[in-house]
Design a protein around this ligand. Structure first.
Ligand code: ATP
Ligand code: MG
Length: 424
């Protein structure tokens, strides 16, 4: 029978890789913890309406990337394509936003039906960070300072550059949009198909187009900056001053508008040049209107999402994964003969109690001395413990170094933990 394979663009993360994932996740968790951010966990499936109302009908995600299906009750549900809407929904539903500030984060899989390629998958993982109830540029700056600290914690300092922009209030974008449409209408024939369609639906998204001809037309288009409202301009100036004071380098990219409808004022992306076209590893911005748009009280908000696959790809490309990031054993405990099985399990257990950080793997499944030693070697362990009839009778174990030429020694079972503590 033909074997069933995984769905295209949805990856298994295999044991060798999970060690790397755990390393990255724990660094992320530590840094977020340092800043007092709290983890929130939401379901992976939500009502389709949630994403339509938040992300916007005329976006890549809602138009063509969502995994949407009717459940057995006939309700339209969607595998979450991103976390912000889910986080707002959950926080609002449980009264976390009323009259208070919140700093939240989450991690988990997201789903988008895109063309799979390096750095772009159909199930991928994000770490999302969302802050509520803070209107000033200080919290925008904090998020960027926090990400910079994370890059440092991962050894990525200098490998990602920050681009920022302000896209103003919805009113200033409305005025700009009109000017942009008037300009682009003159060159309608030269625009790509998506952009032609977006002229009447979501013209700002045209700024995002990657089509060379469209980009050519855009080079002389009116710029949003000239239409920015006073409040957004002041906010942006203050943010820049805070970043300067914090020593965070950035460039201003007037074409940075972000794909989702809910952003306003500050938007930003961290980009690396080491991953080709899929170079954005972290992206976000302010979305002061979204909570209200989803039925809550007006609540200022800002956040970002980081793509974990891209981050890990980058760390691997730059060879920045520390060598000791693995699940390898420290000690492999063999059991020579049936009589040795119970004592060997007990010796391993005693070691785990005495050395909680050590990885102690017990040999299971019997076999000859030779085959057990082969497995010990393959486990990556630095030491094999040999537990046989003689050792049991003597109250000792054989301690055999596997990674250097030192001879095997017999160690009393009572001293074993302290002997190993000095060696590991
Ligand atoms: P892109 O322009 O690359 O499609 P996006 O604007 O759609 O990105 P966001 O919605 O801002 O991406 O998601 C935040 C981050 O999540 C991205 O910067 C990227 O690192 C990651 N990401 C987004 N889509 C994918 C995907 N299909 N596969 C892997 N990572 C992704
Ligand atoms: Mg996308």
């Amino acid at each position: 029978m033909a074997k069933i394979k995984a769905i295209r663009g949805m990856n298994d993360i295999l044991p060798d890789q999970t060690a790397v994932w755990q390393y990255v996740e724990s660094r992320v968790r530590n840094v977020l913890g340092q800043y007092g951010y709290q983890e929130i966990r939401m379901p992976i499936v939500e009502h389709t309406e949630l994403f339509k109302r938040s992300i916007g009908e005329v976006t890549d995600i809602v138009e063509k990337e969502m995994y949407t299906f009717d459940d057995r009750n006939g309700d339209s549900l969607t595998l979450r394509p991103e976390g912000t809407a889910c986080c707002v929904r959950a926080a609002e539903e449980h009264g976390l936003l009323f009259n208070q500030t919140r700093r939240l984060w989450y991690t988990g899989p997201m789903f988008r039906h895109e063309r799979p390629q390096k750095g772009r998958y159909r199930q991928f993982h994000q770490v999302g960070v969302e802050c509520f109830g803070m209107s000033g540029p200080d919290i925008d700056a904090e998020l960027l300072i926090l990400t910079a600290r994370l890059w440092k914690a991962l050894g990525l300092e200098g490998h990602a550059r920050l681009e920022i922009n302000s896209i103003g209030t919805s009113e200033s974008r409305r005025v700009y949009r009109e000017a942009l449409v008037v300009y682009l209408e003159q060159y309608r024939d030269r625009l790509d198909e998506d952009s032609k369609r977006r002229l009447s639906t979501n013209p700002l998204r045209i700024l995002d187009s990657k089509d060379p001809e469209t980009r050519q037309v855009l080079s002389d288009a009116p710029v949003l900056d000239d239409y920015l409202d006073e409040e957004s301009r002041t906010h942006f100036e203050q943010l820049k001053a805070l970043l300067d004071a914090a020593g965070i380098d950035y460039t201003i990219n007037p074409a940075l508008v972000r794909g989702l409808d809910y952003y306003g004022k500050t938007v930003f992306e961290w980009i690396t040049d080491s991953l080709g076209a899929q170079g954005t590893i972290c992206a976000g911005g302010r979305y002061d209107g979204l909570v209200e748009q989803l039925g809550g009280k007006p609540t200022d908000a800002v956040g970002f999402a980081m793509g974990l696959e891209r981050l890990i790809l980058l760390l691997e490309t730059l060879e920045l994964i520390p060598a000791d990031v693995n699940n390898a054993a420290d000690v492999y405990v063999t059991a020579m003969g049936d009589q040795a099985v119970a004592p060997a399990l007990a010796i391993a257990e005693k070691l785990r109690a005495a050395l909680p950080k050590a990885v102690v793997v017990s040999h299971c499944g019997g076999g000859s001395f030779k085959s057990q030693m082969k497995k010990a070697d393959r486990s990556g362990a630095r030491y094999a413990l040999i537990v046989g009839e003689q050792e049991i009778a003597d109250g000792t174990v054989g301690l055999k170094p596997l990674r250097d030429d030192e001879p095997q020694q017999e160690v009393g079972q009572d001293e074993l933990a302290s002997v190993l503590a000095n060696k590991l």
